[in-house]
Design a protein around this ligand. Structure first.
Ligand code: KG4
Ligand code: ZN
Length: 357
């Protein structure tokens, strides 16, 4: 048998359970390449970590242990399925917090072993990257992806599923991290991104202006830590003035949004692409979505976003990414293996015909 024939004989058809436990959300979903998303559930640990001002890894792992099995039961029941109906299991194998990842990996591998179905470890950022495919009118590669989450900010050229080339990366803080740290220094609650965005809504545009980092020179890398320092200095100087906090939040958000827009334009040009997708938690930012949609309409490119709940961490994106890879015969061995750091460019490609799409 040729490699392609072997892959086809191992190919999974049917519902695939997806499990996400890389950080502070427990996400579970069932995706079927023929029938689409059948069910998804999410439990967010945000309230527990808020008391500490950030994610406490050990508490995160323990809470995944508590919540994962009940969520799997609920998701299967919403999908009208019994465990034996599953054709495969996908789980986030990295990047992420090692203890949190191990909870999902151990559970997924054990379940797959007991059900005698294949399992696959999914790259968390590939999950984010493919999340727009869960929507109507899914984007077909080639496209450029702006991935902006709490742990990563990157621009990726996507030639096909699993065919990723990194165009730009962050040199320091990720976009979500910049939102979170800036919010924290202004005394806003964790997680800072949504809190800062909400405060910015009542801010006056134009009262403050921050730099658009690394846009004055060519290149696609990002850097947000200097912006955070600029905000800190402005905040210390003006904190007592009326509406200063909201006006600073507004200027900070505008700086991030415009910087990302400039870099997206450049990335589209560098890749010769006319299609952009945005994913990851910061992709839920309304001002970013509006600015990119407006630029797309004016400048003649297309932009795709996941729905808001699939921008932040969720099980649906993991079930989808895993189902596509399992459909291409890519399940791996039974070892419970996780990768807290994992380079997206090392993933094996999935050819369109392999995945039956
Ligand atoms: O993708 P995600 O859920 O988790 C990681 O993989 O990191 O991203 C979480 C990040 C956090 O930094 C959070 O503050 C940010 O996304 N975020 C936002 C918004 N919603 C979530 N940042 C700006 N505006 C938002 N509306
Ligand atoms: Zn994420």
């Amino acid at each position: 048998m040729s490699n392609a024939q072997i892959a086809k004989s191992l190919a999974v058809a049917g519902p695939v359970l997806g499990i996400e436990t890389s950080c502070d959300e427990t996400g579970v979903a069932v995706f079927d390449t023929a029938r689409g998303l059948l069910a998804h559930t999410l439990y967010s640990q945000i309230r527990m970590h808020a008391d500490y001002g950030g994610v406490v890894p050990e508490l995160a792992s323990r809470d995944h242990v508590r919540k994962l099995l009940p969520l799997i039961r609920e998701t299967l029941s919403r999908a009208g399925l019994a465990p034996r109906d599953l054709a495969g299991v996908a789980y986030t194998a990295g990047p992420g917090l090692i203890g949190a990842l191990l909870v999902g990996a151990a559970c997924a591998r054990s379940l797959a072993w007991a059900l005698e179905v294949p399992a696959i470890g999914v790259h968390h950022m590939e999950g984010h990257l493919l999340a727009p495919l869960l929507e109507a009118d899914p984007p077909q590669p080639p496209f450029v992806a702006l991935l902006v989450s709490g742990g990563h900010s990157m621009l990726v050229e996507v030639a096909g599923i699993g065919r990723y080339r990194l165009l730009g990366d962050t040199l320091d803080d990720a976009a979500g991290e910049a939102f979170d740290k800036t919010a924290k220094l202004m005394g806003l609650p964790y997680p800072g991104g949504p809190a800062l965005a909400k405060l910015a809504e009542s801010g006056t545009p134009g009262r403050f202006r921050f730099a658009r980092p690394m846009t004055d020179r060519p290149g696609l890398d990002l850097s947000f830590s200097g912006l955070k320092t600029q905000v800190l200095m402005t905040y210390q100087q003006h904190a007592a003035e009326a509406n200063a906090k909201a006006d600073i939040a507004r200027a900070f958000e505008e700086a991030i949004v415009e910087t990302l827009l400039i870099k997206c334009r450049r990335a589209l040009e560098a890749a010769g692409a006319a299609r952009l997708i945005i994913a990851g938690g910061v992709g839920a930012n309304r001002r970013l979505r509006a600015a990119l949609a407006e630029a797309a309409a004016k400048e003649g490119f297309r932009v795709h976003f996941p729905r808001l709940e699939f921008c932040t961490d969720n099980g649906a994106m993991i079930a989808l990414a895993g189902a596509l890879r399992l459909a291409a015969g890519q399940g791996d061995d039974n070892a419970i293996r996780v990768a807290p750091r994992w380079d997206l460019e090392t993933l094996p490609p999935v050819e369109a015909s392999d995945a039956g799409r």
